[in-house]
Structure formats: C-alpha cells, structure tokens
Write a new protein. Structure first.
Length: 316
C-alpha cells in the first residue's frame, strides 16, 4: 500500500511539474503541458483509478500552492478528472451473459472503446467551451478576444495577413482547439495504455482497435450540431466546436475502417502508410476519413466486408 501511494504521489508531482513547465517559456514546455495527464493515466491504468485520484489530488494541491486557485481548477479539470475517469472506464468490465461459451480470455466484457472515445469528446468539449466562455459570454466578445490574440501573435512573428484570412482564423480557432483537445487526450490515453501493457500491469486484454465504433446516437448528435452551426451567435460557435469534436472522433473510426478494409491486401502497409501520409500533408483529407467513418456507421461497411470476404488467417 505504501509503495502504491508513493508511486501515485510521484506521478502527481510529475504531472504538476509538466504543467508548471509552461512558465519557463521553453518550446519543449508546449509538449510537456499537453502530456501532463500522461503520468496520472499511467498510474491509473497500472495501479488502479484510485491511485490516479491520489496522485491527481497531490498534483492539484501543488498547483494551487504555486499558482493559485484559478490554475488549480484548470489543472484539475484538464488533467486530473479526465485521467481518473478514463482510467476507470478502460478497466471497467462485467461478466458475459454467455460465459459458458466464451474462451478463457473472453469471460469479461470490457467497456467499449467507442464509448471511451465519446467520454474523451465530452471532456474535450467541456475544456474548450469553458476556455471560450472565459473570453466572453456572447459570440462578439469571444471572437473579438480571439482576433486580438491572433493579431498579437502575428505582430510578434512579423507576419501580415489580410482581413479575410484573419476572419477565417478567428472562426477556425475554436474548432481547432476542440480537435486538438480530443487528439491529445486520445494520444495520452493510448500512450498510457501502451506503457502499462509493456510493463505487464495493464489488467485487461488489448482491445481490437479495428473494431472501434461510436454509439448509434452519435450520428444524430452530429446532424444536430451541423444544423445548429448555421444558427448564428454563441449557439453557432458551440455547435461548431461540437461538430469539430465529433468529426475527429469519426475520423478515428474512419482509420479503423481503413485498417479493416485493407486486411486482405498484400501491400497493406504501403496503402495504410500512403493514407496516413496524405492526411498528414493535406488537412482536407481528414474530412474524407471522417466521412468514411460516418459511412461505416450508416451502412456497416466493415460488417459487410467481413461477412463477404473474411481476412486471411495469420501465419503460424
């Protein structure tokens, strides 16, 4: 017990130190602050969610002592709460109803990865919306603050942009923040799970990420969010944030579809490598992958493919 508490406290202090590194002004601090949840997620997956909670409380106290209450609340909301809850969900399981027919490694039904992704989206949306509401309580105030930030950044870097480009950046900023939040929380959780699995302390089998699927109602939420994007005002900004988050979530399922549909290809690695390279080089390609994820949710592309052409058996 003492060893577990010590590990949890060490993880909490590491997370607090990574968060506090932003005050150094070094470029590496931008990476460290985004990876601040990682130590808490690792300890949560390897030693249990309670350990993540203990480490998170310790880290929050340190941040409160160093920077005050506002930063303490921000740290707890951005790092501690997601790390604890996501670790809890990843390790959540229940007994299968058909346990008699299940194999030795299939007696437990684990919390679906797709629903974990939805929770990541929820946390990312709360973080982004809270950040926007600190800039103002109406669309004009929020956009004015974002515009001012862009202008200051452009002046500091010596770049000059016309008004139309600046207007586009102002509109895209909240959506970009949402997509970045979803991506970073997902990356942190994946890295934490990999570290825990490598150390032999991940107390669940590694999930089949090719089969990840979002809940059916997510399609309805995406449709409603897209419609509300044209309403104007604060509602439109919030809808754009939610649309961006749902789009990146469907892009992740779209990559899962690609990994499934290429199972029988001899040059599978080449095709997947080209797909990832295109997405990395052209931002619009991510939208195409998201649409593939939506198409799979509507038409069941993976299920049709696996029924019609099962993948080859692995070589022994």
């Amino acid at each position: 017990m003492i060893a577990t508490i010590s590990i949890a406290l060490a993880a909490g202090f590491a997370s607090a130190l990574m968060f506090a590194s932003i005050t150094s002004g070094a470029a590496i601090s931008l990476l460290l602050i985004n990876l601040a949840p990682l130590p808490l997620m690792v300890v949560g997956l390897a030693w249990g969610p309670l350990s993540a909670a203990v480490g998170g409380i310790a880290a929050t106290v340190v941040i409160a002592f160093l920077f005050g209450l506002p930063y303490c609340i921000a740290f707890a909301m951005v790092n501690v709460l997601p790390a604890w809850w996501l670790a809890h969900l990843v390790l959540l399981a229940r007994q299968r109803e058909d346990v008699a027919m299940a194999g030795p490694d299939e007696k437990l039904e684990w919390y679906p990865v797709g629903r974990v992704l939805i929770w990541i989206l929820v946390f990312a949306t709360i973080i982004t919306v809270t950040m926007l509401l600190t800039m103002g309580t109406d669309a004009a105030a929020i956009q004015s603050t974002i515009r001012k930030g862009w202008v200051e950044l452009l002046e500091a870097t010596g770049l000059a942009l016309n008004d139309s480009t600046l207007d586009t950046l102002v509109v895209m900023a909240p959506m970009g923040a949402e997509m970045a939040a979803v991506a970073m929380l997902t990356l942190n959780l994946w890295l934490a799970a990999k570290i825990a699995a490598t150390s032999g302390r991940l107390h669940r089998p590694w999930p089949d990420l090719k089969s990840i699927a979002l809940p059916t109602m997510t399609i309805a939420a995406l449709f409603a969010a897209v419609v509300c994007c044209f309403s104007g005002g604060l509602l439109a900004i919030l809808a754009q944030v939610l649309t961006a988050g749902l789009s990146i979530a469907y892009a992740m399922t779209g990559f899962a579809v690609l990994h499934t549909l290429t199972l029988a290809m001899k040059s599978r690695a080449l095709w997947l490598g080209c797909a990832y390279a295109i997405v990395a080089g052209f931002a619009w390609a991510l939208l195409a992958v998201a649409l593939l994820g939506v198409a799979d949710a509507v038409f069941g592309l993976r299920q049709r493919y696996l029924r019609g052409r099962p993948p080859p058996l692995p070589k022994s």
